[in-house]
Each structure stands twice: as structure tokens, then as C-alpha cells.
Design a protein around this ligand. Structure first.
Ligand SMILES: Cc1cc2nc3c(=O)[nH]c(=O)nc-3n(C[C@H](O)[C@H](O)[C@H](O)COP(=O)(O)O)c2cc1C
Length: 170
């Protein structure tokens, strides 16, 4: 898909068909995540691919919306703080920026392949840790279901550029 069409057509899909995601498409989505830039190229992330079939009740402990466990796949983007680049001047750790770029690559690649996704940050962290058996140093950042959309995009509600952009100074 042409880039402008791609970023315009992505939307938060909150209903999924049960049909499986082809292995080749999953591979392409994961490959797009792998190519994401990270600070100092530290790549301090891990992706967890979760097959939802038969695990819906458990997965809904992570996030209670029914559509969260409706797609055949769920992907968790996790980071490991100790592996991430840290800015010397104020000890800012770039792991969450890295994770967001990884997630965005993944989600846009999914859109390009006709797959639906939805950024989910409002999950229960303790439930995510328990269901995914995460070691203490692994931080879950973003989840997205991955599957074929069963809903339609709504209007894109965005602030106009005039409210978002300043030139030369604040
Ligand atoms: C960092 C982030 C976290 C989000 N968390 C959630 C969430 O927990 N649940 C949800 O339904 N949508 C979540 N969203 C989706 C946003 O609500 C959605 O992207 C926004 O309303 C714009 O709509 P669109 O994605 O359809 O363009 C999240 C989006 C982002 C970028």
C-alpha cells in the first residue's frame, strides 16, 4: 500500500473474524518489528506471540474487553530496561520509545497486509505478568490483537495541524 494510504487506513480494530492469520503474514509483521530503529541499536525488546484459541478466559484477565481475545493472535511488545540506551545527561531510559516504534512498525505492517490491530496499554500489568510468565526484568508495554477486521473504521478525529505545530519557538 502507498504510505499515505497506509497511515490513513490504519484504525483501532475492536472486532475480529475467527479466521487464522497466515504464517507468512505473521512472519512479515514480525520482520517489520525487527527492522524498527531503537536507540543506539540496542534492540531491548521481546515480542510474545500468543495464540488465543482456547485461552480466551485467561487472556481476558489481561484486558477485559471481549474483542481483546477474539483475534486468533495477540502480540505483546515487552522491553528490558537494563538493555536499553540511557541518556547520560539525565539518565532517561529510551525503552518505551523503542517499544512504541517497534509496535508502530508491527501495526503498520499488519495494516498493509489487510490485518487489523489495536494498541492496548490499559491492560492489567500483574495479570499480564502472570499469564505470560514474565521474568521480573521484562516489562510489558503494549499489546495488540492481530486478525482480520470484523468492523469498519469510524471517522478519523484529529486536531488540526494549527493546534499541533509551532514554528521556530513555543
Ligand atoms: C499508546 C496507546 C495506547 C492505547 N491503548 C488503548 C487501550 O488500552 N484500549 C483501546 O481500546 N484503545 C487503545 N488505544 C487506541 C486509541 O484509543 C486510538 O488509537 C485512538 O483513539 C485513535 O483511533 P484510531 O486508532 O482508530 O485512529 C491506544 C492507542 C495508543 C497509541
Amino acid at each position: 500500500m502507498e504510505y499515505t494510504d497506509l497511515i490513513s487506513s490504519r484504525y483501532s480494530v475492536r472486532a475480529y473474524k475467527p479466521e487464522p492469520v497466515e504464517d507468512e503474514k505473521l512472519h512479515q509483521v514480525l520482520e517489520a518489528a525487527r527492522l524498527a530503529p531503537t536507540a543506539a541499536n540496542r534492540q531491548p525488546f521481546q515480542l510474545i506471540v500468543i495464540h488465543t484459541q482456547g485461552r480466551q478466559a485467561e487472556i481476558n484477565k489481561i484486558y477485559r474487553r471481549p474483542w481483546f481475545a477474539q483475534a486468533p493472535l495477540l502480540i505483546a511488545v515487552c522491553t528490558i530496561a537494563s538493555q536499553a540506551w540511557v541518556r547520560e545527561s539525565d539518565r532517561f531510559n529510551a525503552r518505551l520509545i523503542d517499544a512504541a516504534i517497534v509496535a508502530d512498525h508491527l501495526i503498520l505492517a499488519a495494516t498493509n497486509l489487510g490485518l487489523g490491530s489495536c494498541w492496548v496499554a490499559a491492560f492489567n500489568v500483574e495479570a499480564a505478568r502472570s499469564v505470560l510468565a514474565l521474568p521480573a526484568e521484562v516489562e510489558p508495554v503494549i499489546f495488540t490483537p492481530l486478525g482480520y477486521p470484523a468492523d469498519q473504521p469510524g471517522p478519523k478525529l484529529r486536531k488540526p495541524l494549527a493546534e499541533l505545530v509551532r514554528y521556530e519557538h513555543w
